[in-house]
Design a protein around this ligand. Sequence first.
Ligand SMILES: C[S@@+](CC[C@H](N)C(=O)[O-])C[C@H]1O[C@@H](n2cnc3c(N)ncnc32)[C@H](O)[C@@H]1O
Length: 253
Amino acid sequence: MVFKRLVNAALRPLRKATVDPFARLKLEKLKLIDFACTELGVKSFADLGGVWNVDGGYTFYALDKHMIDRAFLVDTDFNEAVSQRRMQYPQLQIIQGNFGDERVAQQIGHVGAVFFFDTLLHQVKPDWDNVLEMYALRADCFIIYNQQFVNAVHTVRLLDLGEAEYFKNVPHRPSEEPYVALFQKLDEINPQHQRPWRDVHNIWQWGIVDADLERKMRQLGFAQRYYKNCGRFGNLPNFEDHAFIFQRTEQHS
Ligand SMILES: C[S@@+](CC[C@H](N)C(=O)[O-])C[C@H]1O[C@@H](n2cnc3c(N)ncnc32)[C@H](O)[C@@H]1O
C-alpha cells in the first residue's frame, strides 16, 4: 500500500507532463486551423468565443503549432485557466466583450482569419449574417465550424418554432440552466448582458442552413476553400456539424 502510494507520487509529475493539452479539442477544428495556416498562409487570427469548455484551447493550439504573429481571443466570459496560460504568449491579446459589438471589432482591426467555432448559431443582434458582414472587411479568411440546420430549406430562428419544437431542436432540457423558464422570461432583461433573454448568446438561437451561409459568404466576396460534413450533432435529427473555410477573393480596400 505504502509502496504503491510512493510509486504514484513519483510518477505524478511525469503523468502531468504527458497529458495532452489538446485532448479536449475537436480534431476537425484543429484540421481547419492547420489547413488555414499551412495552405492559406494565415499568420494572425481572432478566435471569437473561444473560452467555454475549452479554455481558449483552439487559440493556444494555433499559437503553439503555427507561426502566428498576432492573435485575439474574444469572449464575454473568461476564467483563471485562460488568464494563466495567456501569459506565455506575448502576441496574444485578450478582449472581454461581445464580438458583435462594433467597438470590439475595431479593437481587433484586420486579421488573417476569424474563427467561429460553435458560435455562429448563437448570434443575435447583430444576427449571424450581420456578424459575418462586420468581419468581412476585417478578415481574409473565415474558419467556421457550426451546428448546421439540415432537413430544411431556410434558416430559422429557433425560438420562433415555439417551446415544444424548440426543445426538440436544441441539445438542452428545459430543466437545465440557462434554459429554465426560458419561454416565460424571453422579454425580461438578462442581468449579465443587459438585453432581453431572447437575444442572449448563451442559448441556441438559429438553425442556419448551408445554402444561406454559402450565399452570404459569396455576396461578401469570399470563395469556399474547404468543406466537410462532420456528422450528426449528438442525437438531434436536424443538426449536423459542418466545417467551412472561406477566403476573400476580392481585394480588401
Ligand atoms: C459553445 S461555446 C464554444 C467554445 C469554443 N469556441 C469551442 O469550439 O468549443 C461558445 C463560446 O462563445 C462565447 N460567445 C458566444 N457568442 C459570443 C459573443 N457574441 N461575444 C462574445 N463571446 C461569445 C460564449 O461565451 C462561449 O464561451
